[in-house]
Design a protein around this ligand. Structure first.
Ligand code: ADP
Length: 473
């Protein structure tokens, strides 16, 4: 089974969030299921620079305003197809933003070009390679089915929703620059409340839709979480599947991670915590050390942590934070970091994220919505107890320490609902009580570390889906 994955990010080459982790992990996870996956990416400098054995497999005189090569090669152990289109992708900054943090004004065209190329490769092949299924991710791959329709060649398509909050909407005046068929500007096509929406087009056009957890699949059909697309999701519910993300368990492996020595003994965890406290200049206090690794946005609920910080400190807790994003939140966390029991680092730092998760006692993920979430699963694997909001993938990956779950020795973390400062504060009191009871705490850590968080189950689910779409056994 040959599958083309179409995405705007892919770890470790280019990453702003969990989408990249998933796109980078899927080819390896699926290899064991008889699926060969190539990943089509925009030719950002980080992608072009990483390619080895690069070979040109296509040339296009006018890909949305300039010439483009399609290049095939290897990078980071993955089979990559890259769109070498300097007028669109040879730019400094992030995949979506300029060096000053502003969205590139032509993002709709840049990712339309990605979708167009995905459709082209699927319909016409790349060199002698012909995928049987196209698997696109998020709005950046949403227009694939519109272009496939123009090319007159249907192939099975899957679209995965990693976060419905980003729907790729743009002004209807761009029909021409996006090279869309004007007559498809209607509710069954790419029209969405008077705008063009790339995600809406994909949600209507793909043969199968997936999202990254079963709970988020249900939530997407409600006004609270559907972000205006709940009607579309209800309409397409018969092709919607919730398939939980896994984590890259070779990158996040406490047995080999230099951030934690002797992971299989409680002493290993104690040493990692002491090392982290020393690194951050935190006193070697006895209370729980809470950690956060996150984008700083309203979605992530970190303002609630700021609200209850006095309670955390009153109860003898400490807090260590790594993240970046919203300037207001960054500023508030920087100020909070002036307390001797709080450490805040604004930025993006992968090795440090390992040391935080290895050394923390508990990881806080108080998201207002969370399609899947990865950091709570890193926490589970490292015996760093997740404290999570009861939503989306957080609800599906953590077993709340209720009296019944504790009695049966299956609890792996603490969940709270609704997503308010009071409920979070209450969750931390419950966690504090467990933490002080050393037997309960080490039982919780053992349960967490034993919970499967890898890809094997979900890889099978994706492979089964591809096979069902192609009629293969
Ligand atoms: P989202 O995709 O919404 O940001 P996820 O939990 O799905 O949330 O994925 C976030 C990913 O990005 C995780 O791999 C997490 O470790 C990583 N991450 C987030 N912020 C940082 C940071 N400041 N430094 C290092 N890694 C980060």
């Amino acid at each position: 089974m040959q599958v083309l994955s179409v995405a705007s990010e892919c770890a470790p080459l280019v990453k702003t969030g969990g989408l990249a982790d998933v796109v980078g992990a899927l080819p390896g996870a699926l290899a064991g299921q008889g699926v060969r996956m190539r990943v089509l990416l925009p030719g950002y400098p980080a992608v072009m620079g990483a390619l080895s054995d690069a070979q040109r497999v296509g040339w296009f005189d006018d890909l949305f305003g300039g010439g483009a090569r399609l290049v095939q090669g290897r990078a980071a152990g993955l089979d990559i197809l890259a769109i070498d289109a300097p007028h669109l992708f040879a730019r400094p900054g992030g995949p979506y933003i300029d060096p000053n943090g502003r969205d590139w004004p032509d993002n709709p065209e840049r990712f339309a070009a990605l979708s167009w190329m995905g459709a082209h490769v699927t319909v016409h092949g790349a060199g002698d390679w012909h995928p049987q299924v196209l698997h696109g991710h998020d709005w950046q791959a949403g227009l694939v089915t519109e272009y496939m329709r123009q090319m007159g060649g249907h192939r099975p398509t899957v679209l995965t929703i990693h976060n419905i909050a980003f729907n790729g909407s743009t002004d209807p005046g761009r029909v021409q620059s996006l090279r869309l068929d004007p007559w498809r500007f209607h509710t069954e096509g790419y029209e969405f409340w008077g705008s063009i929406s790339a995600l809406k087009a994909g949600l209507m056009g793909a043969d199968a839709l997936t999202t990254v957890s079963p709970s988020y699949a249900e939530e997407l059909m409600t006004p609270q979480f559907g972000m205006g697309l709940e009607g579309v999701m209800q309409h397409r519910r018969h092709v919607l599947h919730g398939i939980l993300n896994g984590i890259d368990d070779s990158a996040w492996n406490p047995a080999t991670d230099p951030a934690i020595a002797r992971y299989d003994s409680p002493e290993g965890k104690v040493a990692a915590k002491a090392a982290l406290q020393a690194e951050l200049g935190l006193p070697q206090a006895e209370g729980p050390l809470y950690v956060i690794v996150s984008r700083m946005t309203h979605q992530k609920g970190l303002d609630l942590v700021l609200q209850i910080l006095p309670d955390i400190l009153d109860q003898g807790g400490q807090l260590a934070v790594l993240g970046s994003g919203d300037p207001g939140l960054e500023h508030a966390f920087r100020q909070a970091g002036e307390d001797p029991n709080v450490s805040v680092r604004i930025g993006y730092d992968e090795p440090f994220s390992h040391r935080l998760i290895a050394g923390g006692d508990a990881i806080l993920v108080p998201s207002r919505f969370e399609p899947c979430g990865l950091t709570q699963m890193y926490g589970l694997r490292y015996g760093t107890i997740p404290v999570v909001a009861l939503t989306g993938g957080l609800a599906d990956t953590v077993i709340n320490a209720s009296p019944a779950a504790l009695a049966q020795a299956v609890a792996t973390g603490v969940q709270f609902s609704p997503v308010t400062a009071d409920a979070l504060c209450n969750a931390l009191s419950r966690l504090g009580a467990l933490y002080r009871d050393r037997d309960s705490w080490s039982q919780l850590q053992r349960n967490a570390m034993a919970q499967p968080v890898g890809w094997s189950h979900s890889a099978r689910a994706y492979a089964d889906l591809y096979r069902s779409l192609t009629g293969a056994e």
